[in-house]
Design a protein around this ligand. Structure first.
Ligand code: CIR
Length: 256
């Protein structure tokens, strides 16, 4: 059960963040509306929302998921792999420490983005990506193993179109894993019930299970009907402006 979420309002210079996308420049006013609708959806799922103000120093700071991973009553502060995002961690730390009094840190030369960490019950999949290096991934693995979890490293560096592991997989509970075709053969996922995503819907692989609902990106009907057929209750949200900046649904909040 999740009870809380931390979000950060997109900053006015949000469009100056990092992107590999070719979908054009995001519209700031629309991004703000979409962010508000996202917060309302989290509230509808039963969460209390803690909203941080916009931070112009960090155009990507609305993607709060990358700054920390929250595990039981511990916070693991990340060390973002993009230089321009490194300072985001200090800016959010105080708010997180209001809720978590025990914390760990990923240390130099390790790098790790929260978007590369996928929790599946008592197990963690840790993506090794362009942002999360092996040192950071192994540091995280040791931390969570020390807390009683198991953890596998999943190398996604060959999947050039994937920014983070969670751009390509989502765990919904009950052994159900949503995933894109190019990750389906990874041995780490062999014992899971796989819910496949058609290649033209790859963006939709980043969905978020929250309490009785699953948040999905709007406009991806095939995955939506597969999930509905399995009995999931969906809340579909338009996140087009965040997609333009390579972000998805999960990266817009820290849930705990
Ligand atoms: C970045 O490139 O870091 C941001 N523009 C997008 C981060 C998205 N985060 C995520 O998927 N966890």
């Amino acid at each position: 059960m999740f009870r809380n979420a931390i979000v950060r309002v997109p900053a006015e210079n949000f469009a100056d963040g990092i992107t590999t996308g070719k979908l054009g420049k995001p519209d700031y006013q629309i991004a703000k509306q979409q962010h508000q609708a996202y917060s309302e959806a989290l509230r509808f799922c039963g969460l209390t929302i803690w909203t941080l103000p916009e931070d112009r120093d960090y155009p990507d700071s609305t993607f709060v998921e990358d700054t920390a991973v929250l595990v039981k009553d511990h916070a693991v502060f990340s060390r973002p792999g993009a230089e321009s995002r490194l300072g985001e961690v200090e800016k959010i730390k105080g708010r997180i420490l209001d809720f978590f009094n025990q914390s760990f840190e990923i240390l130099d030369p390790g790098t790790l983005d929260g978007g590369d960490i996928c929790e599946a019950d008592h197990h963690f999949f840790i993506g090794v990506s362009e942002r999360t290096n092996e040192t950071g991934a192994k540091q995280f693995q040791e931390i969570v193993q020390g807390l009683g979890y198991t953890a596998d490293l999943v190398d996604i560096r060959g999947n050039l179109d994937l920014l983070h592991l969670k751009s390509g997989i989502s765990y919904l509970g009950n052994g159900h894993l949503v995933l894109i075709d190019s990750l389906a053969t990874q041995s780490a996922f062999q014992n899971y019930h796989k819910i496949r995503v058609d290649p033209e819907e790859n963006y939709a692989a980043n969905c978020v299970a929250i309490n009785d609902y699953v948040l999905v990106a709007e406009g991806f009907p095939k995955l939506a009907s597969r999930l509905e057929a399995l009995g999931y209750r969906l809340i579909s949200l338009d996140v087009s402006e965040f997609q333009k900046m390579d972000g998805g649904l999960s990266c817009l909040s820290l849930r705990f």
